[in-house]
Design a binder for this molecule. Structure first.
Ligand SMILES: Cc1ncc(COP(=O)(O)O)c(C=O)c1O
Length: 407
């Protein structure tokens, strides 16, 4: 049966302003091909391949058994808000009272709540390319204007103070600063971050959305710092966000959280009270254990990811025409294919964009990666190395073969 067309004008105009998540689309395409029997290695998904640690699962099971299965406060259960405040103090040296914290259904919803509850038509939000795919679309959904600035590969994919300063206007409401960055893996030293916060100190109208989702995934002794820690005078206009998805291998539990000025938290809670209400009560109890319980698997995850990063960077740099910088963190690499533009794939198709490259790579070798256009910086592609070493090695061999076969 064919899908029934909706009446003209039925869908919201705002929906025309946004795209479905391209990373989720690649993941789904890889899944579909696999289901159809094609030998596909999916390197599109941004989630750890590890299972959620047992102590966290047990905490959820215990919560169910205790009957913690009802609505909770909109902002989250007091136990989790206390654990979040303690986490911010312990790991980021930030003083947030529990009332200054809030829990949402995933980190994405924290970003959504923050932007949707503050944006008015014409408000500008600075997004740093390459960016996490959702920022510009959420800004557009909220009626704001994404202002894209580029963090160049030559600068380690880090925003420079000059570029930041030039992008700020009287209409700038937010800058979204994500580090370690999805998709580039770039992270800032204290000094590099301070150079940016010095610029932000000159512009009191600009608020900072510090997306620290990958905070725990930094390698080789790199030290993570967050914005309000480096410049305490920005505390009053910073929303520090984080979540359990990446650090605790809990992507499916859907818990994200933030700390910020109480008045902003109240506005975000008002919005959430008319959408999701509260995040899952069971997942909130699991997150209490994630934040308060043993943290010893974090360095174990870190070590495994670091080895994989080194493997992937080294093998990709051996692929003809690919240049792959070594990132400080997250579980992504963001190589450029600038030397491959104009070459011809085995199918006879000329590679003119990074989209052509990823399509041909999937067709020819069954390796699913995401095109740089999705992240606002071309010609690049993103590999998520949150998968087994065997799969990564095989995928990199295939990429090497694909590049070697380009005419
Ligand atoms: C930079 C960044 N921020 C936020 C999120 C949202 O995470 P969650 O799965 O908790 O919604 C992601 C997930 O991919 C991300 O990469």
């Amino acid at each position: 049966m064919s899908a029934q067309a909706l009446p003209k004008g039925f869908l919201a105009e705002s929906l025309n302003r946004i795209q479905p998540s391209p990373t989720m689309a690649v993941t789904q395409k890889a899944r579909d091909l696999k289901a159809a029997g094609v030998d596909v290695i999916g390197l599109g998904a941004g989630e750890p391949d590890f299972d959620t640690p047992d102590n966290i699962k047990e905490a959820a099971i215990a919560a169910i058994r205790r009957g913690e299965t009802k609505y909770t406060a909109i902002e989250g259960i007091p136990e989790l808000r206390k654990a979040i405040a303690a986490k911010f103090k312990r790991e980021n040296h930030l003083d947030y009272r529990p009332e200054q914290t809030m829990v949402s259904s995933g980190g994405k919803m924290v970003v959504y709540n923050a932007l949707m509850s503050t944006l008015n038509p014409g408000d500008e939000v600075i997004c740093v390319a390459p960016y996490w795919v959702s920022y510009p679309d959420i800004v557009l959904l909220g009626g704001g204007k994404p202002v894209i600035v580029t963090a160049r590969m030559e600068d380690g994919f880090r925003l420079t103070p000059e570029v930041l300063d030039a992008a700020i206007t009287p209409k700038t409401k937010w800058i979204v600063l994500n580090q370690p960055c999805n998709p580039s893996g770039a992270c800032y030293t204290r000094e590099q971050l301070k150079a940016l916060t010095d610029v932000l100190m000159k512009h009191p109208q600009v608020w900072i959305l510090a997306d620290d989702m990958y905070e725990h995934l930094v390698f080789g002794g790199f030290k993570f710092h967050t914005v309000a820690e480096v410049e305490p005078r920005l505390y009053e206009r910073t929303l520090t966000m984080n979540g359990v998805s990446k650090a605790y291998a809990m992507t499916g539990w859907r818990i994200g959280y933030c700390g910020g000025p109480e008045a902003l938290i109240k506005a975000m809670a008002k919005l959430q009270s008319q959408s999701a209400s509260n995040a899952s009560s069971i997942a909130q109890w699991a997150s209490v254990e994630a934040l308060n319980g043993p943290q010893d698997f974090i360095p174990k995850f870190q070590k495994i990811f670091e080895e994989r990063r080194d493997l992937v960077v080294s093998m990709l740099n051996q692929a003809k025409g690919i240049e792959c910088p070594k990132p400080e963190g997250a579980f992504y690499v963001y190589p450029t294919i600038r030397k491959l533009i104009g070459r011809t794939a085995p199918s006879g198709k000329k590679i003119e964009t990074d989209e052509d490259f990823v399509t041909e790579l999937l067709e020819a070798e069954g390796v699913a990666v995401v095109q740089g256009t999705a992240f606002g910086l071309s010609p690049f592609f993103r590999i998520s190395y949150a998968t087994s070493n065997d799969a990564l090695e095989e995928a990199c061999h295939r990429i090497q073969r694909f590049c070697g076969n380009l005419a």
